[in-house]
Structure formats: C-alpha cells, structure tokens
Design a binder for this molecule. Structure first.
Ligand SMILES: *[C@@H]1O[C@H](CO)[C@@H](O)[C@H](O)[C@H]1NC(C)=O
Ligand SMILES: *[C@@H]1O[C@H](CO)[C@@H](O)[C@H](O)[C@H]1NC(C)=O
Ligand SMILES: *[C@@H]1O[C@H](CO)[C@@H](O)[C@H](O)[C@H]1NC(C)=O
Length: 372
C-alpha cells in the first residue's frame, strides 16, 4: 500500500491534468469550429429510429426515488432492466447493444459537453433517454433512481448501493498484477474486474483513450474493445476515517451540498456541480476514469443525484433560477450559451426532433414529466 501522501498527490495530478487539458485546448479553439464538429458528429450518428410519437401531456409528474428507499424487489427490478438493456440490439452500431449505445454517445460527445454550460441539460437528456430505454426496451415500470451519496458521505463504501446481492457490487479484483495507485487514476486498470454483484459478467464494448491535450479534436473516438467492468477503490475511499485528511478528495457531504445550492450564477453552479460529481470517479477508478464512465452502471444513479442537485437549485428561486442559463455553449466555446441552443444528440429511443436547452429546464414539462 502506498502512503497517503502519494495518493493525495495522484488525485491532485489528475485534477491538474484535467485542468491543463481543458485550458490547453481552449486557446486553440474557435467556437464555430467546435459547433461545426458537433454538427458533423450529430449527422454521423443520425439514424432513422423514432417514429412519430403521440404528444404526451404531463398531468402528474412521476417521482424518481432514492436507491436506499427502494424495496428489495424494486432494486432487483431496476437491475434486471439494466442487464436487459445490455442484451437489446444497438441503434447505432452493428453487433452492439442499447446499453453500449449510451457509453458510445457519452464517449463521442461527452468531452465537448463536460465543463460547458450544456453539461447539466445534456446529461439530463442522456438520463431521460436511458430511463425511457429501461421502460420501452425492457419493460421496466419504474423511473430512474438516484444515489443520495450526501447522506452516506462518512462511509460510502458500506452503502447498500455497493451491496453484492441487492446493489451494484463492490470493488474490483484485488489480487494479481495491477497498476500503481497513480497510474490507475489516469488509466483503466484492466485487471481489476468486478468479482461480485449482478454486473460481474457484463462486458461493455467501448473503451476510450484519455483525450490528447495536443489534439484540437474535442472528441475521443470510441475503441471497440469488450472488457469487464473494472473498479479500483482508493485506500481513502475504503477507510475514510483513517484517511480523514485527504478524504473526501472533493467534499460531497451535506455541508458541501448546502454550499453548492447557495451559488447564485448558473455557470458557476454548473462548474461546481461538475467538480462535485468527480468525487466518485476519482474514488472508484476503473471505467470511471475516462469518458467510458457509463460502462459502470453506477454512473446513472450517480449522475441522477447531480441532476437532482440542479433540480433543487432551480426550485430555490422559482422562475428566475428555473430558467437561469448562461456561460459558454460548449466546453471551449466562445459563444454565449442560449436557451435556444440545440442539444447535440443522435435520434435515438424515440428522440425524433432536436431538443433545445429550453426543453430541459423544467423536469415537469410534457416531455420530461418527472420530479424528485
Ligand atoms: C460481436 O461482439 C462480440 C463481443 O461483444 C464478439 O465476441 C463477436 O465476435 C462479435 N461478432 C461479430 C460478428 O463481430
Ligand atoms: C482475480 O485475479 C486473479 C489474477 O489475475 C485470478 O487468478 C483470480 O481468478 C481472480 N479472482 C476472481 C474472483 O475473479
Ligand atoms: C456574452 O455575454 C457577455 C455578458 O454576459 C457579454 O459581455 C459578451 O459580449 C457576450 N459575448 C458574445 C459573444 O455575445
């Protein structure tokens, strides 16, 4: 085991690397170039799915629930539906699955959306379509769930979220060769396969290199490389009390959430929410360390909790914050963000018209129709 000092340095170096990647590329980029690339990718991903949907009306928004409040049966049903998605044929690639489509989209477009103002609305759409897919592809009767980690911030690893029988399984394989703690923060440790839980035999198909800081292309090309889901819990994550000084690397307890919700500006809130979201990737490692994060099914309840933070923030000041949106359109963009910006997303799972940021602002709209 490495002394805590090294561990701390490795987290800092990951955060610095991420900042350097973003800052380095920002200088090179002109907004119109990025928008053009986004549009090309959007066209490239376009498919013919999505027949005319009857316009639904939101009468009573359904409630997304916290994982820990679900009954054993409800948990089992959610997990069944997720595993089912990994058996449904892909809309985007031959010999692939709907489960993998979501990773493919996140790898292809997530690099541009993360750290831009579109981050929260883009992920809101991603989560909504995932929820739709669970329902329409796999007969799931519930809604997307969230993991309220702020309530378990003192001992997250013993949350029933990671339970091997009722949850998403625990750490990866601890025996055999594996990367050093430093390297496993920047590369996926392919030997750390899950050893328990319902997803230990799942073989996500897409893998991604980390973005090249010298490359002007904001996209990370997905690489077809079926592999086990890997997790590489940090020592601090496993024993927060012992490593109290460096854990959590990014605070995510009740106080941190209060501070987050007290932020005034949208763009500042968006970046702070993005920073808070990173606590889980840097603690779990594995597929989480790249844009392949959705390969790990814990990604969805995790991101849904971030969406819930935005929902809470929006509700605080009524209409004013409900429609608050500013900053830069995409990561690296110099164009001011607008509620009329189109959200880049392929036609997929009933998505048959371009969605605008405006369409994602109210979770109780006819299109989204959910609450927390
Ligand atoms: C389809 O993908 C699976 C792994 O996901 C692989 O084992 C198989 O060889 C592939 N088949 C074809 C025809 O590409
Ligand atoms: C863990 O990895 C080791 C070495 O690669 C392997 O021999 C062992 O079977 C793995 N354990 C499990 C439970 O998969
Ligand atoms: C973006 O908005 C700011 C004010 O919020 C303004 O000063 C700036 O000129 C705008 N930039 C563009 C490109 O419209």
């Amino acid at each position: 085991m490495r002394p805590p000092k090294d561990h701390k340095r490795s987290i800092r170096s990951v955060i610095l690397t991420l900042i350097a990647l973003i800052a380095g590329a920002a200088i090179i980029f002109k907004a119109w170039e990025l928008v053009a690339v986004l549009e090309n990718k959007l066209v490239a991903l376009e498919t013919n799915v999505g027949a005319d949907q009857p316009e639904q009306v939101c009468i009573e928004p359904a409630q997304r629930k916290s994982w820990t409040t679900l009954s054993r049966e409800e948990k089992a049903e959610y997990i069944r539906a997720v595993k089912c998605l990994a058996e449904r044929p892909s809309y985007l690639n031959p010999n692939s699955t709907v489960y993998d489509d979501f990773s493919y989209i996140h790898i292809t477009m997530g690099n541009a959306m993360h750290m831009g103002s579109g981050n929260l609305p883009w992920h809101r759409l991603h989560l909504h379509l995932y929820e739709q897919a669970l329902r329409s592809e796999c007969g799931y009767g519930g809604l997307q769930v969230y993991w309220a980690w702020e309530e378990e911030s003192e001992d997250p690893i013993h949350s029933d979220f990671f339970d091997p029988e009722t949850g998403f399984g625990g750490n990866g394989n601890l025996t055999g060769d594996h990367l050093s703690p430093e390297d496993s923060m920047t590369r996926i440790d392919k030997n750390r396969c899950l050893v328990d839980g319902p997803f230990k035999d799942l073989q996500p198909q897409w893998y991604a290199r980390l973005p090249d800081p010298k490359s002007v292309d904001p996209y990370v090309d997905p690489v077809f490389d079926p592999h086990c889901i890997t997790r590489s819990f940090t020592e601090a994550f496993k024993d927060p009390k012992k490593h109290a000084k460096e854990f959590p690397p990014i605070p995510f307890g009740p106080n941190a959430v209060s501070k987050l919700l007290a932020i005034e500006d949208y763009s500042e809130f968006n970046l702070a929410a993005e920073a808070m979201h990173a606590w889980l990737p840097v603690s779990v490692g594995g597929d989480y360390m790249a844009l392949t994060a959705p390969n790990d099914p814990t990604f969805y309840p995790h991101l849904t909790n971030i969406d819930r933070m935005w929902w809470k923030w929006q509700a605080k000041n009524g209409k004013k914050k409900g429609m608050a949106y500013d900053g830069a359109t995409y990561r690296l963009s110099e164009v001011n963000a607008s509620l009329d910006d189109i959200i880049p997303f392929p036609a997929f799972i009933g998505l048959d018209r371009p969605m605008r940021i405006r369409d994602m602002m109210d979770t109780e709209s006819d299109y989204l129709c959910y609450t927390y």
